[in-house]
Design a protein around this ligand. Structure first.
Ligand code: HEC
Ligand code: HEC
Length: 248
């Protein structure tokens, strides 16, 4: 078993133009990827960071279409967005099992917390960029989501006001007059939109053109400056405070 184990090095990927050739060779030889199979060998993932493997811009519209399609196939918003991005990123990203994000659906198994599409897209961003670039992109993605009428291309569009599934669904029900249980087509489109937006930001970082566009409102900034790390220093968060609290 051990002697058959093939280690795919960083160099293997780079010399095979993004790893397509290596992947095909493995597929053709019937060797399992990651999981050791009875008579097969196993492929080690390259060492992290993987930022260098993201070396050509993503096809934003392909990501959008895949996100929607995977939601419709039953993967849910989080896994759908994650998988759409991993596939378009190619190897080694596509070796990561997308099921790792399945829990994110419905804002984490229907708890209505962080929107799963955001969760899944952010996980993909995190695989590509650790550290500062990840923070920049995910920050922008959550701010964009909070302030944007979504889904972008359906008749009924609503602004969540924060990155919570709970608020997102509730506001969509208000705008559309539909029931939350009818959210399928809406969340499918939204999954595509969020994954595509993340792809767009990643492309901009790759090309050195990324400029954050969404700033915290003046009102929230005032509360934030006092309560988050400031004078009061007694909570954490960048969400619009007025969505849940009265001022004082
Ligand atoms: C100048 C600093 C300052 C600013 C600005 C500020 N707060 Fe406070 N806030 C306090 C302090 C001090 C308390 C009382 C002690 C505590 O709970 O931390 C407090 C209490 C609160 C509480 C606890 C419940 C209550 O009313 O006692 C909430 C909720 C709150 N603030 C939300 C906000 C929001 C929302 C904003 C912006 C609209 C805001 N704060 C702006 C300092 C500030
Ligand atoms: C999605 C809803 C939501 C948003 C948005 C939100 N909060 Fe809260 N906040 C809560 C909840 C829930 C609690 C816990 C309250 C409790 O248990 O009484 C809380 C607690 C607090 C407390 C302590 C309250 C107390 O009674 O001492 C402060 C201060 C506070 N929030 C400030 C803020 C500020 C400042 C913002 C914006 C940067 C903000 N919150 C955004 C829901 C929210």
């Amino acid at each position: 078993m051990e002697d058959k184990k093939k280690v795919l090095t960083r160099r293997d990927f780079l010399v095979s133009a993004g790893g397509a050739a290596a992947g095909l060779a493995l597929a053709a030889s019937g060797l399992g990827i990651l999981a050791p199979k009875a008579e097969g060998a196993m492929v080690d993932l390259p060492e992290y960071p993987w930022t260098d493997y993201f070396n050509k811009p993503l096809d934003v519209e392909a990501v959008r279409a895949k996100g929607t399609a995977y939601y419709n196939q039953g993967l849910g918003c989080a896994e759908g967005a994650f998988r759409a991005l991993l596939e378009e990123l190619g190897e080694p990203f596509s070796y990561v099992p997308s099921q790792i994000m399945n829990f994110g659906k419905g804002g984490v198994v229907a708890w209505g917390t962080l929107c799963g599409a955001l969760n899944g897209a952010a996980a993909a961003v995190s695989l590509v960029f650790g550290g500062q670039a990840m923070t920049m992109i995910v920050n922008e993605l959550l701010a964009w989501y909070s302030a944007t009428a979504l889904p972008l291309n359906l008749e009924h569009r609503s602004v969540a006001g924060n990155p919570l599934c709970h608020a997102s669904i509730a506001n969509w029900c208000k705008v559309s007059g539909k029931k939350a249980s009818e959210r399928g087509p809406r969340c499918a489109a939204l999954t595509g939109d969020v994954a595509a937006q993340a792809a767009m930001y990643m492309n901009q970082v790759l090309e050195g053109t990324f400029v954050p566009a969404f700033a915290m409102s003046e009102e929230t900034k005032a509360c934030f400056d006092c309560h988050v790390g400031g004078y009061a220093d007694d909570t954490l968060g960048k969400m619009d405070c007025k969505g849940c609290h009265e001022g004082h």
